[in-house]
Design a protein around this ligand. Sequence first.
Ligand code: ADP
Length: 405
Amino acid sequence: MNILVINCGSSSLKYQLIDSVSENVLAKGICERIGSGGACITHAPAGGEKKKTELPMPDHHAAVAAVIERLTDKEVGVIRSLKEIAAVGHRLVHGGEKFASAVLIDEEVIAAIEEVSDLAPLHNPANLIGVRACRALMPEVPMVGVFDTAFHQTMPRKAYLYGIPLEYYRDYRIRRYGFHGTSHDYVSRRAAELLGKKREELRIIVCHLGNGASVSAVDHGRSVDTSMGLTPLEGLMMGTRSGDLDPAIITFLMDKLNGSAEEVLSILNKKSGVLGLSGGVSNDFRDLTAAAENGNEDAETALEAYALRVGKYIGAYAAEMGGADAIVFTAGVGENDGPMRARISEYTKFLGTSVDPERNRTRGEEVILSAPEDAVATMVVPTNEELAIARQTLAIVQAGDEKKS
Ligand code: ADP
């Protein structure tokens, strides 16, 4: 059975076709600049050559058509017809409080996702455009939605409510939702496997450190807290996002810059984080590390401040869970940046952790960095959100088939 995984943004569409038995990626690619000039599709069949082609794609319908055409093409294709796609799994950003797990998409579900679109106005409508285009072009194929927020729906009330009047939660659903849930779920599961234990026995702190970054506390298999909130702006300092700050800074800056709330929010989303704090050096940790090594003090401060924030969240989550059994690093920075892992680990020594310098050179591979006798394991588990989406999609489709028979 093959599962097509779709991650649809406002002008891009990423896809992977995954064989659900071997879990191998049969082909993957991306459509970019959908709806504007210079649109292109990059398609890479497994074991074949990656090829970028310019192609007019006025809308997402055209993009999905181009993906299907590539997947079934005689030369670069990997399947003969759409009959070989058992289901499509869509990455959906915000499920609000309605969705605590993956779901088979029907009209009712689409309406429910639209209902919570005010919580993710940039993402949910774009995700739904992808769903609609796929439904139109593959009417026979079941569609499954996998939400970024779902895994964190187990957070207790005390963790997800903000300290603001309760009526704003009741009336406008203002609360902490958390994101990267598919990754936190996948990585914590895999970490338990690598430790030879059940996830239900462990207290795991997952540090998903990519362009966007969040930490989660996974207590005996359930997310009990995570650093992102109503939107992905809360929590850690990120590549370009500020993370936690005094909310009064917003009106203070509006006043000083004579700007609107939107302008200040745009600064907090796009010009802040390690990019802003380093004085504009870069949001890429490779550039920041190189600059710091060349004596740029602002780049060095940005890296130190980033590590401190991650360390603080780890400490907080250990407190919340009454300790921790494992700290797991994942995503671009977490998987590849050994020096950043070492900086962060300076703050976790009080828990009884250590990091082996030799093993910490590892990039993009599963590895346990700590010593077997350490009280808390420190490890790297590369995330694989597409595979996690494919697995959840398959489970939903199989559960549906069982019901029918
Ligand atoms: P996204 O949130 O877009 O999925 P990723 O998880 O792919 O992001 O992370 C991208 C970031 O990872 C880059 O901006 C860069 O800072 C960091 N990164 C990638 N490779 C390395 C590396 N070898 N060393 C340090 N940082 C890296």
